[in-house]
Design a protein around this ligand. Structure first.
Ligand code: CAA
Length: 380
């Protein structure tokens, strides 16, 4: 068992850290307050190769492994989780799904642009009445011969307004249940496709989360991903990898809050000495650091299994459920270490605490992760 990172992985980690500290930190508080989508920052992330990290270079990707992706996600999420969710959806759900299951034409037409961040992608599964229960899709994709007629509403879509390409999961044949679902590539600007209201959220406020409406949108047949009826399997399979991305985001939120708490505890004095010299604070720091280390190992384990071509379904769900709990626990403690300063915006930890909560909800709630884990445990 070798826990050493390669030189290449260390270089990716350092590049992501520099970028996050130099380019994302300035303005992060204002973007959160104003709910401003980090368009310029995402563009730079694309130029640096962070938007299509694992895509084959022949489709303009970085050709990197999933371990490098975890390392980059952690560094970027330490500073700006609104950027890292756009990065995670684009890399894990959209680019990975297209590269793994898309046709050569789809890859040439869409993946080559998504991998550079020239356009970004959205993954549209959730509906007003189908979040966790993903087979209950109400959005319909009626087979009309050489096109599908798409009708319905999607909710809570990350990159909802900023994306250029949307992978939409829809029901074609309700009698076939999950085997009658398709995944379609929808372009912004197609007739009948309207971006709906933006959500005013507790956290990740820079990320643009929208509802989407489809009314008689004609989606050409060549925009279907995989065989007829493959859409549900496509969604489940991409979400497995997506969970590694969100687990790494949770890890980054936690480690960002911990680093701030550690630094603050060495600067802030109370009762005649830095608060880091009080055992009450030392216990907190030790607990936070231990939880983070465990979460990091779970994230890296899931990524490493994926890189080796091994089954990573259980490992990804374990990483997500654990790291997102750690993100909540550690950010609450980081605010506590900061005392009153933790409760105001300038010290960043209150934002990280708000951002942490979504990691227990999206790409499968913690309860869904436990269902996934239990099913894997009970499989044989
Ligand atoms: N990996 C691969 N295939 C899977 C799978 C997985 N993790 N889970 C299920 N499948 C396959 C099954 O093998 C089965 O295929 P067969 O018929 O060929 O055997 C098929 O999918 C149906 O499986 P189930 O009958 O087990 O499905 P289910 O209805 O019981 O649901 C579930 C299983 C795990 C609860 C699933 O619905 C699920 O994961 N729900 C959560 C969805 C989710 O994560 N939503 C979040 C939206 S995306 C998002 O948040 C993105 C963002 O913007 C940040």
């Amino acid at each position: 068992m070798n826990f050493e990172l390669t030189e290449e992985q260390l270089a990716v980690q350092a590049a992501a850290r520099d970028f996050a500290q130099n380019e994302l930190l300035p303005g992060v508080i204002e973007r959160d307050e104003e709910q401003k989508f980090p368009a310029e920052q995402i563009k730079k992330m694309g130029e640096l190769g962070f938007m299509g990290m694992m895509v084959d270079p022949k489709y303009n990707g970085g050709g990197m492994d999933s371990v490098s992706y975890v390392l980059a996600m952690e560094e970027i999420s330490k500073v700006d989780a609104s950027c890292s969710v756009a990065m995670s959806v684009n890399n894990s759900l959209v680019c990975w799904g297209l590269e793994k299951y898309g046709s050569e034409e789809q890859k040439q037409k869409y993946l080559t642009k998504l991998a550079t961040g020239e356009i970004i992608g959205a993954f549209c599964l959730s509906e007003p009445e189908a979040g966790s229960d993903a087979t209950s899709q109400r959005t319909t994709a009626e087979d009309k011969g050489d096109y599908y007629l798409l009708n319905g509403t999607k909710n809570w879509i990350t990159n909802g307004n900023s994306a250029g390409v949307y992978i939409v999961i829809a029901q074609t044949d309700p009698e076939k249940k999950h085997k009658g679902i398709n995944a379609l590539i929808v372009e912004k600007g197609m007739d009948g496709f309207v971006v709906g209201k933006k959500e005013n959220k507790l956290g990740i406020r820079g990320s643009d989360t929208h509802s989407l409406m489809f009314t008689d949108v004609k989606v050409p047949k060549e925009n279907r991903i995989g065989e007829d009826g493959f859409g549900f399997k496509f969604a489940m399979s991409t979400l497995n990898g997506g969970r590694i991305g969100i687990a790494s985001q949770a890890l980054g939120i936690a480690s960002g809050a911990y680093e701030l708490a550690l630094k603050y505890s060495q600067e802030r004095k109370a009762f005649g000495k830095p608060i880091s010299e009080h055992q009450a604070i030392q216990f907190k720091l030790a607990e936070m650091a231990t939880q983070i280390e465990a979460a990091r190992l779970l994230c890296l384990n899931a990524a490493s299994l994926k890189d080796q071509g091994k089954d990573y379904v259980k490992a990804a769900a374990m990483a997500k459920v654990f790291a997102s709990k750690v993100a909540m626990d550690v950010t609450v403690e980081a605010v506590q270490v900061h005392g009153g300063y933790g409760y105001v915006k300038e010290y960043h930890v209150e934002r990280l605490m708000r951002d942490a909560k979504i990691t227990q909800i999206y790409e499968g709630t913690s309860e869904i992760q436990k269902i996934v884990i239990a099913r894997e445990l009970l499989k044989n």
